[in-house]
Every structure is written in C-alpha cells, then in structure tokens.
Design a protein around this ligand. Structure first.
Ligand SMILES: [Zn+2]
Length: 140
C-alpha cells in the first residue's frame, strides 16, 4: 500500500519540523529563565538571612548563659558568607534598579526598580513565570 506509506512519511516530517522549532526556541528561553531563577534565589536569600539573624538572637535571649565562644562559632560561617554573598546581592540589586534584567518572553524590564529585597517570579510587564515558563493571567 504505497499511499499509506506516503502519508506516514509526511506525518514524520511534520512532527520532526515542530521538534526542530521547539529545540531552537525552548533552550534559549529556559536558559534565560534559569539565570533569572538564580538571581531570584540570591536576592530573596536576604529574608533567609534576616530570619537566621533573628533566630540566633533569640537563641541568645533564651539561653543567656551560653558561652560567647559558642555564639561566635555559630556566627562565624554567616560572617564569612556575608563577604561572598553581600557584594553579589548588592550588584544584583543594582542591576534590578538599573533595569538590566530583561524578561525572557517580552525582552522588557523583568523586575521593578525596587526589587533589592524581593525578586518576583513573574515578569512585571507580560507576567511570564520563570518557573513554569508560561504566562500567568494578570490577577492570577
Ligand atoms: Zn515580560
């Protein structure tokens, strides 16, 4: 049955065509979204740090007789991490304020200028979600 064979061949061509289109577009979009997810985690880590500082202060308040050496030992890794994370956080925040982060979907400014302490997961213009790689409804 040559007619059926021909039809089958055409179907494979079409499916291959859409596969090529997906492969050329998606990885680029996904890579840009992934980079924004890393920025988001770094900037939003600010709140994790605030929570840890409060928890450590609470620890000192609950156990007033705890040795300052122990408190120092707990603090030291955070102090060292601040030297690494602090400048990165500051430059990312500066990037937000200058509008350097573009949406992978609409190529306009992704965040608001005041996202130094909170980096949203959706684009402020087109509501593109960097986790699902889809557009969210405006009030969703
Ligand atoms: Zn956008």
């Amino acid at each position: 049955m040559p007619a059926v064979k021909g039809a089958k061949l055409e179907l494979t061509c079409i499916s291959r065509g859409s596969l090529v289109q997906e492969l050329t577009f998606s990885p680029w979009l996904a890579a840009r979204a992934k980079r924004l997810r890393i920025y988001r985690r770094t900037i939003n880590a600010f709140w994790l740090l605030i929570a840890l500082i409060l928890a450590l202060n609470l620890l000192r308040w609950i156990f007033p007789k705890i040795s300052p050496l122990v408190i120092g030992a707990i603090w030291r890794p955070f102090g060292l991490a601040m030297y690494v994370w602090g400048p990165i956080w500051f430059s990312l925040g500066l990037g937000c304020m200058l509008g350097l982060f573009k949406s992978p979907s609409c190529d306009r400014q992704f965040t608001s200028k005041f996202s130094l302490v909170w980096f949203g997961r959706t684009c402020q213009n087109c509501h593109f979600d960097i986790y699902t790689l889809k557009h969210k409804p405006a009030n969703g």
